[in-house]
Design a protein around this ligand. Structure first.
Ligand code: ACO
Length: 335
C-alpha cells in the first residue's frame, strides 16, 4: 500500500458539488436555541451552514444526483464510461434503492455498478481509496465517488450541543486510469475502532441507545454526540494519520500543496495545521460557510479547490478524515 504499483496511474478527471440554497446562520440558531453567534464561532469556526428544504423532497439523493452530474460535466467523460458509482453517506433516505443507483440513473451511467458505503465522515475517503485500488488492480477503468449528506434531516434542533455543528452538502469526483504511473494515490490508510462508538451515533430504535445515554433528551432517530470525546479523538487521530501517511509514502510535508481535512471543527483543523507548521493557504477551510457536512465535506472542498484552479497536475494533495464508528482514513494523491 505504500507505493503505487508500476504500470497504471490514476487521475482525478473531474469534480462536482452541490449545496442547498437555504442558509442557516448562527443568528438564525440564536432564535431557536440557547446559544450565541460568538459561542459557535469561538468553539467551531462556523458562521453559516446550508440546509435542504425538505418540503420539496430535497435531501441526500438530490444532492448526490446534482454533484455527480456536475462532476461528469467537469470531467468531459461520457457517463456510459462509468464502471462504478459509489456514494458515501450517513443520511441515506432509502436503503433500497441506494443513493448511488439513483445518482447513476440520473446521469445516464447505464454501464455502472452502484452501491452505497457507510463510514460516516470518513466515507468519501473510504470510497476514493477503494476506487484507487479497483482501478490499479485493472478490472475497472472509471469510477465516480460521491459523498452526500443532508445532516439537517437527522438533527434535533432543540439540542444545542449537536445541531449547531452540521450542514448539508455533496461532492463527487470522477477517477480514471491514466498512462502516467506516477499519478494517483501514493498511499492510503483506513481504520475503525468501535470501542467508543457511543460518542457519535444515530439510533433508529430504543434498543440502539446505550444504558448510559438513556436520559439523553435528543429525539429518537436524530444524531447523538459526545462532542468533547469526539474532539479529543479527532485531534489525536488527525495527527497520527498525517504522520503515518508522510512516513510511509516518503513524501515530505513541504511537498504537500494542499491538506484537505474533513471540516469537523475549525479548532481541530487548526490544531493539525499548527502542529505541521503549514501556512494557512495550504490547509483548505470552508467550515465557516458550510459547517460540518459529514461525507460531503471533503469532496466539496476538493471541488471548490479544483474550480479555483488550485489542484494542479503533478502536485501532492493529502486528504484526511475521521468520523462516526469511530472511523478514520487518509489518502495521499499525486494529482
Ligand atoms: N451554545 C452555547 N453553549 C453551549 C452550546 C451552544 N451551542 N453547546 C454546548 N454549550 C455549553 C455546554 O452546555 C457546556 O456548558 P457547561 O460547561 O455549563 O456544562 C459548555 O458549553 C461546554 O460544552 P462542551 O460540549 O464541552 O463544548 P466544547 O468546547 O467541547 O464544544 C463542540 C462543543 C463544538 C461540539 C465540540 O466538542 C466539537 O466540535 N467536537 C467535535 C465534534 C465533531 O467533530 N463531530 C463530528 C464528527 S464527524 C461525523 O462523523 C459526523
Amino acid at each position: 500500500m505504500t507505493q503505487p504499483p508500476a504500470g497504471r496511474g490514476i487521475r482525478i478527471a473531474g469534480t462536482g458539488s452541490s449545496t442547498p440554497d437555504n442558509t442557516l446562520s448562527n443568528f438564525d440558531l440564536e432564535k431557536i436555541l440557547d446559544t450565541s453567534d460568538e459561542w459557535i464561532q469561538q468553539r467551531t469556526g462556523i458562521k453559516t451552514r446550508r440546509v435542504v428544504d425538505q418540503s420539496t423532497g430535497a435531501g441526500t439523493i438530490s444532492l448526490a444526483c446534482e454533484s455527480l452530474a456536475n462532476a461528469v460535466e467537469d470531467s468531459g467523460i461520457d457517463p456510459k464510461e462509468l464502471d462504478l458509482v459509489i456514494c458515501a453517506s450517513v443520511t441515506q433516505e432509502m436503503t433500497c434503492p441506494s443513493a448511488s443507483c439513483r445518482a447513476a440513473h440520473h446521469v445516464g451511467a447505464t454501464n455502472a455498478a452502484a452501491f452505497d458505503l457507510g463510514a460516516a465522515c470518513s466515507g468519501f475517503l473510504y470510497g476514493l481509496n477503494l476506487a484507487d485500488t479497483l482501478i490499479r488492480q485493472g478490472r475497472y477503468k472509471t469510477i465516480a465517488v460521491i459523498g452526500s449528506d443532508a445532516m439537517s434531516t437527522v438533527l434535533d434542533y432543540t439540542e444545542r450541543g449537536v445541531s449547531i455543528l452540521f450542514g448539508d452538502a455533496s461532492g463527487a469526483a470522477i477517477v480514471t486510469a491514466d498512462d502516467d504511473p506516477s499519478r494517483g494515490c501514493l498511499y492510503q490508510s483506513m481504520g475503525a475502532d468501535a470501542s467508543n462508538w457511543q460518542c457519535l451515533y444515530l439510533p433508529k430504535r430504543e434498543v440502539d441507545i446505550p444504558e448510559a445515554d438513556r436520559d439523553n433528551p435528543i429525539e429518537m432517530g436524530k444524531l447523538r454526540m459526545n462532542g468533547r470525546e469526539v474532539f479529543k479523538f479527532a485531534v489525536k487521530k488527525f495527527q497520527e494519520v498525517i504522520e503515518d501517511a508522510l512516513e510511509n509514502s516518503g513524501v515530505d510535508i513541504d511537498d504537500i500543496s494542499q491538506l484537505i481535512c474533513h471540516q469537523s471543527n475549525l479548532r481541530i483543523i487548526e490544531s493539525a495545521r499548527e502542529k505541521l507548521g503549514l501556512e494557512k493557504d495550504r490547509v483548505y477551510v470552508n467550515i465557516d460557510r458550510i459547517g460540518n457536512s459529514s461525507a460531503g465535506s471533503i469532496p466539496l472542498c476538493l471541488d471548490e479547490l479544483n474550480k479555483a484552479g488550485r489542484i494542479r497536475e503533478g502536485e501532492n494533495v493529502l486528504f484526511v478524515a475521521f468520523g462516526g464508528g469511530l472511523t478514520w482514513a487518509s489518502s495521499l494523491w499525486r494529482v
